[in-house]
Write a protein that binds this ligand. Structure first.
Ligand code: ATP
Length: 228
Protein backbone atom coordinates (compact mmCIF):
# COMPACT_ATOMS: atom_id res chain seq x y z
CA UNK A 1 0.00 0.00 0.00
CA UNK A 2 1.18 3.53 -0.74
CA UNK A 3 2.11 5.84 2.09
CA UNK A 4 -1.02 7.45 3.45
CA UNK A 5 0.57 10.05 5.67
CA UNK A 6 0.44 13.70 4.66
CA UNK A 7 3.63 15.48 3.63
CA UNK A 8 3.07 18.81 5.27
CA UNK A 9 1.06 20.07 8.20
CA UNK A 10 -1.29 21.93 5.86
CA UNK A 11 -1.90 18.93 3.63
CA UNK A 12 -4.79 17.06 5.20
CA UNK A 13 -4.84 13.34 4.44
CA UNK A 14 -8.05 12.34 2.72
CA UNK A 15 -9.69 9.17 1.53
CA UNK A 16 -8.42 9.59 -2.03
CA UNK A 17 -5.02 8.41 -0.75
CA UNK A 18 -6.63 5.01 -0.09
CA UNK A 19 -8.49 4.76 -3.37
CA UNK A 20 -7.23 1.92 -5.55
CA UNK A 21 -5.29 0.38 -2.65
CA UNK A 22 -8.18 -1.10 -0.69
CA UNK A 23 -11.87 -1.45 -1.60
CA UNK A 24 -13.89 1.42 -0.14
CA UNK A 25 -17.43 0.27 0.55
CA UNK A 26 -20.34 2.53 1.49
CA UNK A 27 -23.09 1.06 3.67
CA UNK A 28 -26.37 2.88 3.94
CA UNK A 29 -30.06 2.31 4.52
CA UNK A 30 -33.05 4.02 6.09
CA UNK A 31 -33.52 4.39 9.82
CA UNK A 32 -33.86 1.01 11.52
CA UNK A 33 -33.12 -0.92 8.33
CA UNK A 34 -30.25 -2.76 10.03
CA UNK A 35 -27.05 -0.90 9.12
CA UNK A 36 -25.52 -1.51 12.55
CA UNK A 37 -26.59 -5.16 12.54
CA UNK A 38 -24.90 -5.60 9.14
CA UNK A 39 -21.74 -3.68 10.04
CA UNK A 40 -21.38 -5.64 13.29
CA UNK A 41 -21.51 -8.89 11.30
CA UNK A 42 -19.01 -7.57 8.73
CA UNK A 43 -16.70 -6.50 11.58
CA UNK A 44 -16.75 -10.06 12.92
CA UNK A 45 -15.69 -11.24 9.46
CA UNK A 46 -12.68 -8.89 9.58
CA UNK A 47 -13.89 -5.81 7.68
CA UNK A 48 -12.64 -2.40 8.77
CA UNK A 49 -15.71 -0.48 9.90
CA UNK A 50 -15.96 3.30 10.16
CA UNK A 51 -19.37 4.24 11.55
CA UNK A 52 -19.95 7.95 10.95
CA UNK A 53 -23.00 7.97 13.21
CA UNK A 54 -20.89 6.62 16.04
CA UNK A 55 -18.25 9.27 15.34
CA UNK A 56 -20.93 11.99 15.46
CA UNK A 57 -21.89 10.70 18.91
CA UNK A 58 -18.30 10.43 20.10
CA UNK A 59 -17.38 14.02 19.22
CA UNK A 60 -20.43 15.30 21.11
CA UNK A 61 -19.95 13.01 24.12
CA UNK A 62 -18.06 14.00 27.29
CA UNK A 63 -14.65 15.36 26.32
CA UNK A 64 -15.51 15.18 22.59
CA UNK A 65 -13.82 17.54 20.17
CA UNK A 66 -17.09 19.32 19.29
CA UNK A 67 -18.05 20.21 22.87
CA UNK A 68 -15.98 23.38 23.23
CA UNK A 69 -16.95 24.91 19.88
CA UNK A 70 -20.63 24.05 20.51
CA UNK A 71 -20.46 25.71 23.89
CA UNK A 72 -18.87 28.82 22.39
CA UNK A 73 -21.35 29.02 19.51
CA UNK A 74 -24.60 28.04 21.24
CA UNK A 75 -23.98 28.76 24.93
CA UNK A 76 -23.25 26.62 28.01
CA UNK A 77 -26.93 25.64 28.35
CA UNK A 78 -26.46 23.24 25.44
CA UNK A 79 -23.92 21.22 27.40
CA UNK A 80 -25.32 18.97 30.12
CA UNK A 81 -23.89 18.83 33.67
CA UNK A 82 -21.69 15.87 32.70
CA UNK A 83 -20.06 17.78 29.86
CA UNK A 84 -21.80 16.10 26.93
CA UNK A 85 -24.04 17.73 24.33
CA UNK A 86 -27.61 18.10 25.60
CA UNK A 87 -29.09 16.21 22.65
CA UNK A 88 -32.73 16.85 23.46
CA UNK A 89 -32.17 20.61 23.72
CA UNK A 90 -30.13 20.72 20.53
CA UNK A 91 -32.70 18.57 18.70
CA UNK A 92 -35.48 21.04 19.60
CA UNK A 93 -33.35 23.99 18.52
CA UNK A 94 -32.39 22.62 15.12
CA UNK A 95 -35.95 21.44 14.54
CA UNK A 96 -37.24 24.97 15.18
CA UNK A 97 -34.37 26.79 13.45
CA UNK A 98 -32.88 25.21 10.33
CA UNK A 99 -30.08 27.81 10.34
CA UNK A 100 -28.95 26.46 13.74
CA UNK A 101 -28.57 23.05 12.13
CA UNK A 102 -26.21 24.60 9.58
CA UNK A 103 -24.11 26.17 12.35
CA UNK A 104 -23.99 22.86 14.22
CA UNK A 105 -23.01 20.95 11.08
CA UNK A 106 -20.29 23.49 10.28
CA UNK A 107 -18.74 22.44 13.61
CA UNK A 108 -19.40 18.70 13.51
CA UNK A 109 -18.96 17.75 9.86
CA UNK A 110 -15.25 18.67 9.53
CA UNK A 111 -14.52 16.85 12.81
CA UNK A 112 -16.38 13.74 11.65
CA UNK A 113 -14.57 13.89 8.31
CA UNK A 114 -11.19 14.22 10.04
CA UNK A 115 -11.89 11.26 12.34
CA UNK A 116 -13.26 9.18 9.45
CA UNK A 117 -10.02 9.63 7.51
CA UNK A 118 -7.91 8.90 10.60
CA UNK A 119 -9.76 5.66 11.36
CA UNK A 120 -9.79 4.59 7.72
CA UNK A 121 -6.04 4.99 7.39
CA UNK A 122 -5.39 3.17 10.66
CA UNK A 123 -7.68 0.26 9.66
CA UNK A 124 -6.09 0.03 6.20
CA UNK A 125 -2.63 -0.02 7.74
CA UNK A 126 -3.69 -2.68 10.22
CA UNK A 127 -4.43 -5.02 7.30
CA UNK A 128 -8.24 -4.90 6.96
CA UNK A 129 -9.15 -6.43 3.58
CA UNK A 130 -11.63 -3.64 2.82
CA UNK A 131 -13.18 -0.63 4.53
CA UNK A 132 -16.87 -0.09 5.18
CA UNK A 133 -18.15 3.44 5.75
CA UNK A 134 -21.51 3.36 7.51
CA UNK A 135 -23.26 6.57 6.43
CA UNK A 136 -26.99 6.87 7.14
CA UNK A 137 -27.53 9.79 4.72
CA UNK A 138 -25.01 8.73 2.07
CA UNK A 139 -27.46 8.98 -0.84
CA UNK A 140 -28.95 12.23 0.47
CA UNK A 141 -25.56 13.97 0.82
CA UNK A 142 -24.23 12.83 -2.55
CA UNK A 143 -20.67 13.66 -1.41
CA UNK A 144 -19.68 10.03 -1.05
CA UNK A 145 -20.32 8.85 -4.58
CA UNK A 146 -16.86 9.80 -5.84
CA UNK A 147 -15.12 8.27 -2.84
CA UNK A 148 -16.60 4.81 -2.59
CA UNK A 149 -16.07 1.93 -4.98
CA UNK A 150 -19.11 -0.09 -4.03
CA UNK A 151 -22.41 0.77 -2.36
CA UNK A 152 -24.33 -1.65 -0.16
CA UNK A 153 -27.90 -0.73 0.74
CA UNK A 154 -29.66 -2.41 3.64
CA UNK A 155 -33.34 -2.64 2.91
CA UNK A 156 -36.52 -3.86 4.53
CA UNK A 157 -40.21 -2.96 4.27
CA UNK A 158 -41.11 0.42 5.75
CA UNK A 159 -43.45 -1.16 8.29
CA UNK A 160 -40.56 -3.26 9.59
CA UNK A 161 -38.40 -0.13 9.92
CA UNK A 162 -41.16 1.65 11.84
CA UNK A 163 -41.76 -1.28 14.20
CA UNK A 164 -38.03 -1.74 14.91
CA UNK A 165 -37.37 1.93 15.64
CA UNK A 166 -40.51 2.32 17.78
CA UNK A 167 -39.34 -0.63 19.85
CA UNK A 168 -35.62 0.19 19.97
CA UNK A 169 -35.87 3.91 20.60
CA UNK A 170 -39.22 3.95 22.37
CA UNK A 171 -40.55 6.55 19.93
CA UNK A 172 -44.17 7.09 18.90
CA UNK A 173 -45.12 6.09 15.36
CA UNK A 174 -45.54 9.68 14.11
CA UNK A 175 -41.99 10.62 15.20
CA UNK A 176 -40.56 7.64 13.34
CA UNK A 177 -42.63 8.61 10.29
CA UNK A 178 -41.24 12.17 10.46
CA UNK A 179 -37.68 10.84 10.40
CA UNK A 180 -38.52 8.44 7.57
CA UNK A 181 -40.04 11.24 5.48
CA UNK A 182 -36.92 13.37 5.91
CA UNK A 183 -34.80 10.57 4.40
CA UNK A 184 -34.44 9.49 0.78
CA UNK A 185 -37.14 7.29 -0.70
CA UNK A 186 -36.37 3.58 -0.69
CA UNK A 187 -36.49 3.47 -4.49
CA UNK A 188 -34.02 6.36 -4.78
CA UNK A 189 -31.59 4.68 -2.38
CA UNK A 190 -31.89 1.30 -4.07
CA UNK A 191 -31.26 2.82 -7.50
CA UNK A 192 -27.66 3.60 -6.42
CA UNK A 193 -26.92 0.18 -4.87
CA UNK A 194 -24.28 -2.24 -6.13
CA UNK A 195 -25.57 -4.79 -3.63
CA UNK A 196 -28.74 -4.94 -1.55
CA UNK A 197 -29.04 -6.73 1.77
CA UNK A 198 -32.66 -7.67 2.40
CA UNK A 199 -33.10 -7.54 6.15
CA UNK A 200 -36.65 -8.64 6.72
CA UNK A 201 -36.01 -12.10 8.10
CA UNK A 202 -34.30 -13.41 11.21
CA UNK A 203 -30.85 -12.36 12.42
CA UNK A 204 -29.59 -15.82 11.37
CA UNK A 205 -30.81 -15.18 7.82
CA UNK A 206 -29.12 -11.78 7.90
CA UNK A 207 -25.83 -13.37 8.98
CA UNK A 208 -25.97 -15.75 5.99
CA UNK A 209 -26.62 -12.86 3.59
CA UNK A 210 -23.80 -10.82 5.11
CA UNK A 211 -21.36 -13.72 4.74
CA UNK A 212 -22.18 -13.86 1.02
CA UNK A 213 -21.68 -10.11 0.75
CA UNK A 214 -18.32 -10.37 2.52
CA UNK A 215 -17.17 -13.05 0.08
CA UNK A 216 -18.31 -10.93 -2.85
CA UNK A 217 -16.45 -7.87 -1.59
CA UNK A 218 -13.30 -9.92 -1.06
CA UNK A 219 -13.40 -10.71 -4.76
CA UNK A 220 -13.40 -7.07 -5.71
CA UNK A 221 -10.07 -6.45 -7.38
CA UNK A 222 -8.46 -3.09 -7.73
CA UNK A 223 -9.82 -1.44 -10.85
CA UNK A 224 -12.25 -4.28 -11.50
CA UNK A 225 -15.13 -3.26 -9.34
CA UNK A 226 -18.47 -4.55 -10.43
CA UNK A 227 -21.84 -5.28 -8.94
CA UNK A 228 -22.11 -8.68 -10.61
P1 ATP B 1 -30.43 3.60 12.67
O1 ATP B 1 -30.54 4.19 11.32
O2 ATP B 1 -31.57 4.04 13.53
O3 ATP B 1 -29.10 3.80 13.33
P2 ATP B 1 -29.84 0.93 11.80
O4 ATP B 1 -30.14 0.95 10.34
O5 ATP B 1 -28.41 0.95 12.21
O6 ATP B 1 -30.68 2.02 12.56
P3 ATP B 1 -30.07 -1.37 13.53
O7 ATP B 1 -29.74 -0.54 14.73
O8 ATP B 1 -29.06 -2.32 13.04
O9 ATP B 1 -30.55 -0.40 12.35
O10 ATP B 1 -31.43 -2.14 13.75
C1 ATP B 1 -32.57 -1.49 14.31
C2 ATP B 1 -33.16 -2.39 15.39
O11 ATP B 1 -33.69 -3.54 14.78
C3 ATP B 1 -32.13 -2.85 16.40
O12 ATP B 1 -32.75 -2.94 17.66
C4 ATP B 1 -31.73 -4.24 15.89
O13 ATP B 1 -31.32 -5.10 16.91
C5 ATP B 1 -33.05 -4.72 15.26
N1 ATP B 1 -32.85 -5.61 14.10
C6 ATP B 1 -32.10 -5.36 13.00
N2 ATP B 1 -32.18 -6.39 12.15
C7 ATP B 1 -32.98 -7.33 12.71
C8 ATP B 1 -33.46 -8.64 12.31
N3 ATP B 1 -33.13 -9.17 11.15
N4 ATP B 1 -34.25 -9.29 13.17
C9 ATP B 1 -34.61 -8.74 14.34
N5 ATP B 1 -34.22 -7.53 14.79
C10 ATP B 1 -33.41 -6.81 13.97
Amino acid sequence: MASTTSNSPTEQPNLSTLKGHIPLVGLTGGIGSGKTAVSDLLAKLGAGIIDTDLLAHQITAIGGAAIKPIQTEFGPEFIDPNGALDRAKMRSLVFAKPEARKVLEAITHPLIRQETVKQAIALAQSGAPYLVFVVPLLVESGNWFNTIDYLVVVDCPEETQIARVMQRSNLPRNEVLNILRAQAQRTERLSHANAVIQNQGSLAELAAEVLQLHQKILQINKGQLSSS
